[in-house]
Design a binder for this molecule. Structure first.
Ligand code: GDP
Ligand code: IMO
Ligand code: MG
Length: 429
């Protein structure tokens, strides 16, 4: 029994779902602890590609409990769509459960997200427009609805009497958007109650207690990534939750001592979707080559992902604040045809020559920073069929071992392709 958290170590889309799916085989309880349908998670298994947004990536194995935890935000219609998709694929969803404490994304949340993004003249974030920020804002402002409220007419009615006057004033005066009557919202909530009824787990406390008592293996699945964390990421160009390892506790109901390991998933390069600083971004042919070979287009929005060389400065930071005990390095096969591969080991301030080897939290100076690179030789062979570490070409191993040395964190998993089988385990996980 080793309980693990899978965390994105960069700006999301690192291949977390592939790693979660792999580790889920030996887990009993898989908990998605934050985020919502802003996530786009891809698993390739049985020659098929599955895309998940809210549903934990462990769902492909029968007999597992997949729990959507209290730290998440759930857009009911999207959740329903995802369920229907899984049913069509004949995937057993009998183990799927949702926390009554998870927050509901209401129509006004997506409307406000869309409005804010479309009308931003300055400070655009480039969100997924799935209502994530506005839902978490209302949760923190204590004017949000939780899934459990849908089954308590009294709580729902009392809450709406508080929420709606505030919300309607905001919608009308700040955004010039449609307002809502209590009847309309109660009707919506009736519909939502039916969507969640088969999945809402009112007995979640017993479920968590039993799993702990019976030494079940628990796997915590993070969405997004450390650099998108609302506390530690490139704020304000971040999401609105805590993808870091610590988020697994506040988003699940388990304390820190339940967790044995935190695996940070990182690509052998870096990508980012949406706005925000990105010191190693490549806007040239090399960036385009990474994007083409790595198929770097968003799962949720289809947007092209910005690409750049591996940034060891942010990754070192990510190892610290993400609480990583090891790293899963993915997509290293993308470099098979590259003559040279670079690692950014420091940033240099163009204005004064100041060098940073630790991540500078003031993201507004990042535009003045240029990457300091060390260059490694490529390996020039296809590694996607290799399954043993010692069979990897020497230059590939050198690159991996150099990263390990800089990060002072072991690289426990190496992924050489999207498929489950295309994986090299360096330790017995
Ligand atoms: P997530 O959001 O972190 O789960 O990652 P995404 O699913 O958004 O993006 C990762 C993409 O890379 C998916 O299309 C995966 O199938 C693919 N992928 C994962 N690992 C590897 C790998 O080692 N090599 C290659 N070539 N593709 C991979
Ligand atoms: P997975 O789990 C990559 C980015 C958005 C935007 C910022 C805020 O697949 O790694 P939001 O809609 O969350 O308010 O947008 O965060 N973003 C992601 N980028 N992968 C994701 O999820 C992301 N989820 C949000 O592009 O820059
Ligand atoms: Mg993704």
């Amino acid at each position: 029994m080793t309980n693990r958290v899978v965390v994105g170590a960069q700006w999301g889309d690192e291949g977390k779902a592939k790693i979660t799916d792999l580790l889920a085989e030996n887990a009993d309880l898989i908990i998605r602890y934050q985020g919502g349908c802003n996530a786009g998670h891809t698993v390739v298994a049985h020659n098929k590609t599955f895309k998940f947004h809210l549903i934990p990536s462990g769902i492909l194995y029968k007999g597992k409990t997949c729990f959507i935890g209290n730290g998440t935000v759930v857009l009911p219609e999207y959740f329903q769509q995802e369920i229907e998709g899984l049913k069509k694929e004949n995937i057993d969803i009998s183990g799927l459960k949702v926390s009554p404490l998870a927050s509901i994304t209401m129509p006004w949340h997506t409307e406000v997200d869309g409005y804010s993004e479309d009308n931003a003249t300055k400070g655009k974030i480039g969100t997924t427009k799935k209502g994530i920020g506005p839902t978490y804002t209302d949760k923190m402002q204590r004017i949000g609805l939780k899934i459990g409220d849908l089954y308590s007419p009294e709580a729902l009615s009392e809450k709406l009497d508080v929420i709606l006057p505030v919300k309607n004033k905001q919608l009308k005066e700040l955004y010039n958007l449609k307002t809502y009557t209590k009847e309309e919202v109660l009707d919506l909530c009736k519909k939502y109650a039916e969507i969640f009824r088969p999945f809402v787990c009112h007995e979640w406390q017993d479920m968590l207690r039993d799993a702990k008592r019976e030494n079940k293996t628990i796997l915590f699945e993070g969405a997004q990534g450390v650099m998108l964390d609302v506390d530690f990421g490139t704020y304000p160009f971040v999401t609105s939750s805590n993808p870091v390892g610590g988020g697994a506790c506040t988003g699940s109901g388990y304390g820190p001592k339940v967790i044995d390991e935190v695996i940070g998933v990182a690509k052998a390069y870096v990508t980012r979707v949406g706005e925000g600083p990105f010191v190693t971004e490549l806007t040239d042919e090399t960036g385009k080559k990474i994007q083409d070979i790595g198929h770097e287009f968003g799962v949720t929005t289809g947007r092209p992902r910005r690409c750049g060389w591996f940034d060891a400065v942010t990754m070192k930071y990510s190892c610290l604040v993400g609480g990583l005990t090891s790293v899963a390095l993915t997509k290293i096969d993308v470099f098979d045809t590259f003559d040279e591969i670079k690692i950014c080991t420091a940033y240099k301030d163009k204005r004064n020559g100041k060098t940073y080897t630790s991540y500078p939290e003031d993201v507004f100076i990042h535009k003045y920073l240029e990457p300091v690179y060390e260059t490694h030789k490529g390996w020039g062979v296809n590694i996607s069929d290799i399954r043993k570490y010692e069979d990897l070409p020497e230059n590939c191993r050198k690159y991996i071992e150099r990263l390990e040395q800089i990060l002072e964190t072991p690289i426990s998993i190496i992924s050489v392709g999207p498929d489950r089988e295309q994986t090299i385990f360096r330790t017995n996980l």
